[in-house]
Design a protein around this ligand. Structure first.
Ligand SMILES: [Zn+2]
Ligand SMILES: [Zn+2]
Length: 1013
């Protein structure tokens, strides 16, 4: 009785590829043996160079989804690959902990609707505590996702952006800006979110455009002292008419006075016809035309002076409610006449400042109109639209109104429509150093043109950076201002603050500063050095992007900063052109004063979409979160699939079902090739230390298939490395796929399989040479796969390689990255094999045409090919016979005159024609039948869990009928050898042997029985 496989002896041997089990085992192995830690220390000690790295910190306001995973996989790939090359990389984690995203998440959890309610009901102290709790909750999710993904990031050295130590170093950037006159206060129009109640930076505005519905309103302003002359104006924001102070025309464009009934309307000449058509006015005529500048200074009647006393007051000032000339007026759309609300528009604001027109901004923090807006007081800005339209209608000034859908900037966090408001803010005047910034950005490697152009175009807009936020949970702006004389100072350390702080006026005690946050820091007052007055802190916190953008300096010590920055390589999602990549750059140029980016290379990757190509969103319910995904699916498979699916810059449609097809096949093939090697090699007592590739070469045991495979391997090493360098990860992964599935599994293994199925001692050395080759090829492949799929590679490395050779390093990650070996490269052989493969493939196609199974041996093949091809095919006649499964082959250059057609099938593959003789005599049929049955017995052995190398006692095949038994008789010994049993019995009927357990199969539509013991 044969020994059944013992499940716990060498468990993986008979296991089919079970990635979830493997991955869980490897996670434990890494953790128990602190492999990631050891790798980092090893490279810190011994390296070929240092490559700086700073982690782009994920914001801890939500759980990681597949888009995050995409970036983290690429980071980890780069880290493992470069570490194997011998570089030391401080692959230390970092977390973005402050800012609006975290605040909003906490507000949502606390169930508060806005900032006022937050301050009243919750209070700043508790709010800050809640923010900390929340980030720690999400921190756990992220750590778990990283663990599942197999990231080798170091967390002992992680940074968190809310810690005092980090904030103090972040303040150094502000200190530098202050010294250079690049930080200051300004009254400026900023995009303001009424929901979040804070301004947004330009970069943030670009993050969220959505299709929204707004009124499209045509209205008239009457020219003063003219009974029936009007300006025709268009807007989608009627509420801004409340804050209207001027109207603008283009000075050099042609304008027309159009007669409609008894009235004259002024508009751009070129817009007359399209507008009349749009407004369905058929009866009109152009009374007069003139240049825009002729309108300058004309006074118009602001229609709501009765409703808004403040406007009536402003009306008396020079330039207010008059026509001004501005080049920004676009006469290609709308009416070519625009109304200006300096409190609600950037260009409007600038036009007003130029003309000393005051800025009228009657809004509170929630964007409700204040008392200064008269009758509109108390209304939310956008809710005033209706009332404005109604007011115009009553006064006979409404021309046309309808609803339109258009793209409009919304808050990237809360999705509120943004409102442009003039507010007092703090700015980094990065526009003043824009040349340096652009120069710095141009020196960076971006790998792909699209993202590079996008980034540079954005930087060239050169807008100042509004860094103040009217929020709570952020780095405080460390500027104190004197209440009496307005003198300002900037401090940049906790020590400095405490030294300057004056005793609390109420208690007389020195104030405490438990941490560098609101509200504590707001309780600190200084004494003005100019006038002795009381100085209080400006109430702002910093834009959270300033917080994360400070990481290159803030997360390191001075010494580390010198060593690691500019960092070698960063990879983040494409939206970070306006986010982190931007702020890193701006802050670094401010800090160093040099036209230098803090990174040498930056790869921007595309978004992750769902399987149907839709954006993932909470509302669609199609967000794929990392942790639940990897609960049920293999991390290796996801890593491989994400890299394989498309170029890093493309949007990726993530479809786990697709991953389970080809990508799974690749990893499964990799796994089974190792089982194949292991099982055979162990049977022949292969010893890799003795039977090395050098040994095989020395003893002349390598044949053409090995030399070809080794040559292919060198090309694969080159290709993978080259594609990793250029961040074309998809091509690198395809090269691995092609090598493992095609070259090794589909092409090489069939060439040598037969040699391995014998246990003839005469050919033992040849078998050992094959193992030596496979050992080398598979081990090298594992090293190449390791940055992509680190679990299966570690597992196979441990089970198939370290099990044979305990002198190998403790982990595959401590191995050296492969370098192509010149001596194995053989271009000519590769070309010759390509011809051979074509001929083989042609024979398979011909077989299909003749419905002849590949297992059935055929009598003869004729291959017709060009002269050169015939010469190389001749060299591999034996291989052709073996792989095409024919007894005889003829290679000829020209088709014979009377090409046989009857009983022959043929196929042509790229200039090589293959003909096969379809006639099968009894011997050929017997052999074919034997192979069919052998295959079924193999499958049964596997099913019953026998070790493939185990020699069993008996195999029985029954219900064959007398004819088939006859055919099979000459091949019984060969069959026994093939299926590794001592003896094979074939029976025409079902024999009465009690001990046998029969298994039923079908053979060409007929029932047969098989039993093995
Ligand atoms: Zn918002
Ligand atoms: Zn003062």
């Amino acid at each position: 009785m044969a020994i059944k496989f013992e499940a716990d002896a060498k468990k993986w041997l008979t296991m089919s590829y079970r990635p979830l089990e493997i991955e869980s085992e490897i996670r434990d192995f890494w953790e128990k043996n602190r492999i990631a830690d050891k790798l980092m220390k090893l490279r810190e000690r011994e390296n070929v160079g240092v490559l700086g790295y700073v982690e782009g910190p994920p914001t801890l306001n939500g759980v990681p989804h597949i888009g995050h995973a995409r970036g983290r996989i690429m980071k980890d790939l780069r880290y493992r690959w470069k570490s194997m090359q011998g570089y030391y990389i401080p692959f230390w984690a970092g977390w973005d902990c402050q800012g609006l995203p975290v605040e909003l998440e906490v507000e949502r959890m606390l169930g508060v609707k806005n900032k006022r309610e937050l301050l009243e009901r919750v209070g700043e102290e508790r709010f800050v505590e809640e923010c900390k709790k929340t980030i720690m909750k999400y921190y756990e999710h992220w750590r778990e996702a990283d663990r599942k993904l197999g990231l080798f990031m170091n967390y002992d050295r992680e940074y968190r952006t809310y810690l005092d130590s980090y904030i103090e170093r972040e303040w150094k950037y502000l200190r530098r800006a202050w010294e250079q006159g690049l930080l200051g206060e300004g009254y400026y129009v900023v995009a303001y979110c009424p929901g979040c109640q804070t301004s947004l930076s330009n970069a943030e505005v670009g993050l969220g455009y959505e299709e929204v519905e707004d009124p499209s309103l045509y209205f008239k302003f009457r020219v003063e002292e003219k009974e029936n002359e009007y300006f025709l104006i268009w807007t989608t924001m009627p509420f801004t008419i409340v804050t209207d102070l001027m109207i603008a025309v283009h000075p050099s464009a042609e304008y027309a006075k159009v007669k409609i009934g008894e009235e004259f309307w002024i508009m751009a000449r070129q817009r007359v016809e399209p507008l009349m058509h749009e407004l369905k006015i058929e009866d009109y005529s152009i009374a007069e035309t003139f240049l825009g500048k002729e309108l300058e200074g004309l006074k118009y009647e602001f229609p709501f002076k009765d409703l808004i006393p403040k406007q009536a007051e402003l009306d008396r000032l020079p330039n207010v409610h008059r026509v001004v000339c501005e080049d920004f007026v676009d006469v290609n759309t709308a009416t070519g006449v625009v109304h200006l609300s300096p409190g609600n528009g950037e260009e409007d604001f600038e036009a007003a400042v130029k003309r000393n027109v005051p800025i009228y901004v009657p809004f509170d923090d929630e964007c409700n109109f204040t008392g200064e807006a008269g009758e509109f007081s108390g209304l939310f800005a956008r809710d005033a639209d209706e009332k404005v339209i109604e007011g115009l209608r009553k006064r006979g000034l409404l021309v046309h109104v309808e609803k339109v859908k258009h793209e409009y900037p919304t808050c990237w966090r809360s999705h509120h429509k943004l409102i442009w408001l003039a507010r007092r803010e703090y700015f980094l005047w990065t526009n003043k150093i824009n040349e340096k910034i652009v120069e710095a950005a141009e020196k960076v490697e971006y790998f792909y043109e699209g993202p590079k152009n996008r980034f540079l175009a954005f930087l060239k807009e050169a807008k100042p950076w509004c860094i103040s936020r009217e929020r709570v949970w952020g780095t405080p702006l460390p500027v104190w201002v004197c209440e009496k004389c307005g003198h300002k100072i900037l401090v940049s350390s906790k020590k400095e603050i405490l030294e300057k702080a004056i005793p609390d006026p109420a208690t007389g005690e020195k104030p405490k500063l438990p941490e560098l946050h609101k509200p504590w820091i707001d309780r600190i007052y200084f004494k003005c050095e100019k006038c002795g007055g009381k100085m209080r802190r400006e109430p702002y916190v910093l834009d959270t992007w300033h917080n994360s953008g400070a990481s290159p300096y803030a997360r390191f010590t001075d010494e580390e900063f010198e060593k690691f920055v500019p960092v070698d390589f960063l990879v983040e999602a494409i939206d970070q052109t306006r986010g982190w990549a931007n702020t890193l750059l701006l802050e670094h140029v401010i800090l160093t004063g040099k036209p230098e980016a803090p990174y040498k290379a930056f790869l921007f990757y595309g978004f992750a979409l769902d399987a149907k190509g839709r954006k993932m969103s909470k509302s669609l319910g199609n967000v794929i979160e990392v942790n639940p995904l990897l609960e049920k699916n293999s991390a290796d498979l996801c890593r491989f699939y994400i890299l394989w699916k498309c170029s890093p810059i493309d949007s990726m449609n993530f479809d786990i079902e697709e991953a389970k097809r080809r990508p799974y096949q690749v990893l499964s093939t990799l796994y089974h090739l190792h089982r194949f090697l292991y099982q055979n090699a162990e049977y022949d007592r292969f010893d890799p230390k003795k039977h090395s590739l050098e040994w095989a070469e020395h003893n002349n045991l390598l044949k053409a298939p090995e030399r070809w495979l080794l040559s292919k391997l060198q090309g694969t090493i080159e290709e993978v490395n080259r594609r990793f360098e250029t961040c074309e990860f998809n091509f690198a992964v395809s090269a691995l796929e092609k090598f493992i599935v095609d070259n090794v599994s589909r092409e090489y293994v069939p060439m040598i399989r037969r040699e391995l199925w014998t246990d003839d001692p005469q050919t033992l050395n040849r078998r050992l040479a094959i193992y030596a080759t496979l050992w080398h090829v598979l081990k090298t492949s594992l090293l190449l796969f390791n940055p992509v799929t680190p679990f299966i590679t570690e597992f196979l490395y441990q089970q198939a390689f370290r099990a044979f050779d305990n002198s190998l390093p403790e982990s595959i990650n401590f191995e050296k990255w492969p370098i192509p070996e010149e001596r194995f490269k053989n271009h000519q052989l590769e070309e010759e094999f390509e011809l051979l493969m074509k001929a083989i493939s042609g024979s398979y196609t011909a077989r299909q045409a003749g419905k002849l199974k590949r297992r059935w041996p055929l009598r003869k093949a004729v291959v017709i090919a060009p002269e050169k091809a015939v010469k190389s095919l001749e060299k591999f006649r034996g291989l052709f016979l073996e792989l095409a499964n024919v007894k005889e082959v003829e290679f000829i250059e020209k088709a014979p005159e009377n090409l046989p057609t009857e009983n022959w099938v043929s196929a042509t593959e790229e200039g090589i024609q293959v003909l096969l003789d379809t006639r099968r005599d009894k011997m050929l049929m017997g052999e074919g039948l034997m192979r069919d049955l052998a295959r079924r017995i193999q499958a049964l052995r596997k099913e019953l869990g026998f070790v493939p190398t185990e020699i069993l006692n008996e195999a029985h095949v029954a219900m064959l009928g007398p004819e088939k038994v006859n055919l099979l008789n000459p091949f019984l010994e060969e069959m026994a050898e093939l299926v590794r049993v001592k003896k094979v019995y074939v029976h025409p009927d079902k024999p009465e042997i009690q001990a046998l357990k029969w298994h039923q199969y079908e053979l060409n539509g007929e029932k047969i029985l098989i039993a093995i013991t």
